[in-house]
Design a protein around this ligand. Sequence first.
Ligand code: GMT
Length: 380
Amino acid sequence: MNIGVVCYPTFGGSGVVATELGIALAENGHNVHFITYQRPARLLGFYANIFFHEVSSMEYPLFEHSPYETALASKLVDVVKHEKLDLLHVHYAIPHAAVAYMAKCVLASQGISIPIVTTLHGTDITLVGNDKSFSPVVEFSINNSDGVTAVSQNLKSQTLDSFNITTDIMVIPNFIDLERFSKRDKEHFKKAIAPKGEKIILHTSNFRKVKRVTDVVEVFDRINKATPSKLLLIGDGPERADVEDLCRQKGITDCVRFLGKQHAVEELLAIGDLFILPSQNESFGLSALEAMACEIPIISTNIGGLPEVNIDGKTGYLFEVGDIENMAKKAIEIITDPVVHQRFRDAAVAHAKTFDIKVILPAYEQFYKEIIEKVKATTV
Ligand code: GMT
């Protein structure tokens, strides 16, 4: 198939999922065309059948903000037409689903039919999508996509609760490449980070408010008092300064490393003992899945799709948002008893295996085929 992929090219989860899926599709013989404003962060190296089409728009004094949506729609029209795409897969509804619909209408006026698949990722439905300033367009563009997927059962339910949805939503969960994300022997690296055998606690996010990274620090501080530990914070974003301030206030800066945005997250996860994800909102929690694949138990909140990823009492524990005391208590329970720790580690990787890309990729391929057939049947 010739597949067009539209996504945010940043380190955000939806961009990561779009890129990893695109790479897996290309490795399975499809031609994949990424169409976005910069090369996706996780798209490293050269692939013979992956193409990148940069969306750029002209500057004009009248534009305070260049109209990206119009430029993207025009680029989609061009790429669909000249690369003879079979399908467009857009990740994150805002604005991609509406832009794809616009491109579809332009192409239809020229006698070209293009099936559109939209994948809902999270805040495109919850935090942002259901805001009045976006919701009418989000609802319309979901209902006018030819196929819609959601990354968790919970996100599908939230979509049905928040909007008047007249189309089917298929749940295709996020996935993991187990060859890349697995526990590896990185003893030398572990020694450099934790020379006295301290426990290594991890958190990965884009440091937005919704991630509650200060809760990570609160939980870590309690763990560190019970058993000497180091905290590795991967990622960066608007809350970082507050998180740094809190570490200073608590006098734990020597125990906390801010690693910033990282390409090889798996190298860091390889040395972890515990992962903390205390989010206020999380439709899936890809970062938790990546940690679990590396045999790391999870302490997380119980919101959104997290209970589908982190199984309470087995792969880690789930808590109400902000329940720092109990998060710390259970974290200490897990990491201070080697037998318990190993039991959680084994369960984490076993559950991660159910999200193997080798299982999820065929689900997307099958879905694409069905949508292409459906659109063909309605246009002839
Ligand atoms: O919705 C967002 O916050 C953005 C999105 C992203 O691009 O980072 O994250 C969402 O999609 C990820 C991939 O499907 C999920 O793993 C995250 O749980 C989800 N984030 C939220 O729901 C907050």
